[in-house]
Design a protein around this ligand. Structure first.
Ligand code: KG4
Ligand code: ZN
Length: 366
């Protein structure tokens, strides 16, 4: 059954389920958040990382209640919703199937359009939420996305117009923090715990490499750094680490990551001279040492730096709703109907560069 385009007649109800956050948000057409709920799943910590099967089952259990509660918070009936959106990729396929299936089912039952949202595009556009970043985030800007699953520099040139300038060739930045934290005996997720320990350490105490720093392009690599940390730990074997040493190692690792990222961002700016703003998003954007370095890099070039508040930097449904609204607005700007993605399937991989096709295809189909 195909759903008729109804335009952006009312608010969007958005669902996020691509990793271990189950989230729902309702946004007015101007981007005002009318209600949002988010559950960070537990049950993964014992395994030292997100277990896809556990995540998918938890989304299935949590979503119906979460969506009802979000509607209730917004004092809305399902019929008051204009259209439904969900992250349909990239991410863990089980969770994507649950969230997309739920959203499509709701859209079908309510005879409303369904808009498929690229999760990374949602991160990329978050800074444009009205009132979020002082001075706004007009195109084009440089985005550094650093989380447990992503580590990319993206030239954000317009809605649906993204150029990946570089990305990790091995681990994501958050993954590196988590793995090193685990080596230091810290709990998962390791980033915040490692940052806390690093406050007691000397960042210059232990020499560590700066992988790819100074190289052309703006790709990242963290596996060599991780290996170097494990070599520093090797002499201790199974014996407990002296606190001072652990703190110094944490601080030195954090400094090495900040140095590498700062160098890569310098390169990315060279690759995107038209950028006037650097936006940082993803869980690792919470790291105060990294943030300070990025601010310095931007300031040294006379450019602005912005990071959305942490709860919007990490996975959430507000960004999904906003990306769907921006997509509909862009379609309208091009004289196209709002997208109807009722036949779109979840995609564990969905490169951002493919987003341009969305409008090209629809233009050709006209
Ligand atoms: O964006 P996010 O919440 O989830 C996804 O990966 O999509 O990012 C989580 C990642 C974890 O790897 C966590 O260790 C890292 O962000 N993280 C941090 C900090 N807070 C969270 N890494 C370094 N310093 C922090 N303060
Ligand atoms: Zn994410």
């Amino acid at each position: 059954m195909s759903i008729q385009h109804t335009g952006i007649a009312g608010p969007v109800l958005a669902i996020e389920s691509s990793c271990d956050e189950t989230a729902c948000a309702i946004l007015a057409p101007d981007g005002t958040c009318l209600a949002q709920r988010l559950i960070s799943q537990d049950g993964h910590a014992d395994f030292g990382g997100v277990v896809p099967e556990i995540a998918a089952r938890a989304h299935l259990t949590l979503l119906p209640g979460l969506v009802s509660q979000t509607l209730k918070d917004a004092a809305m009936a399902p019929e008051d919703i204009g259209f439904i959106a969900a992250s349909t990729g990239p991410g863990l396929i089980g969770g994507l199937i649950v969230g997309t299936g739920f959203a499509k089912g709701l859209a079908l039952a309510l005879n409303k359009p369904f808009v498929a949202v690229n999760h990374v595009e949602a991160h990329a556009l978050t800074a444009r939420l009205p009132g979020l970043v002082p001075g706004g985030a007009p195109f084009p800007y440089l985005l550094l996305l650093v989380s447990g699953g992503h580590c990319q520099c993206i030239a954000v040139e317009g809605v649906g117009q993204y150029r990946k300038l570089g990305g990790t060739i091995d681990d994501a930045a958050g993954e590196a923090f988590d793995k090193v934290a685990k080596m230091l005996g810290l709990s998962w997720p390791g980033g915040p715990a490692l940052e806390k320990l690093a406050r007691d350490g000397n960042p210059d105490a232990i020499a560590l490499p700066r992988p790819l720093a100074g190289r052309a392009g703006c790709d990242f690599s963290f596996s060599g750094l991780k290996t170097a940390v494990s070599q520093k730990l090797a002499p201790y074997g199974q014996t407990a680490l002296p606190y001072r040493f652990a703190a110094d190692l944490a601080a030195s690792f954090q400094q090495a990551v900040a140095d590498v990222v700062a160098n890569r961002i310098q390169q990315a700016f060279d690759m995107m001279p038209e950028a006037t703003l650097l936006v940082c998003a993803g869980g690792v954007a919470a790291n105060t040492v990294l943030r300070a370095r990025l601010e310095d890099v931007a300031a040294s070039r006379g450019l602005r730096f912005a990071a959305p508040p942490l709860k919007l930097c990490t996975d959430n449904a507000v960004m999904v709703g906003w990306a769907a609204l921006e997509t509909c607005q862009e379609a309208a700007r091009r004289g196209l109907p709002p997208p109807d993605d009722s036949t779109t399937r979840p995609r564990p991989r969905w490169p951002l560069e493919e987003m341009t096709q969305r409008f090209e295809t629809e233009t050709q189909a006209e």
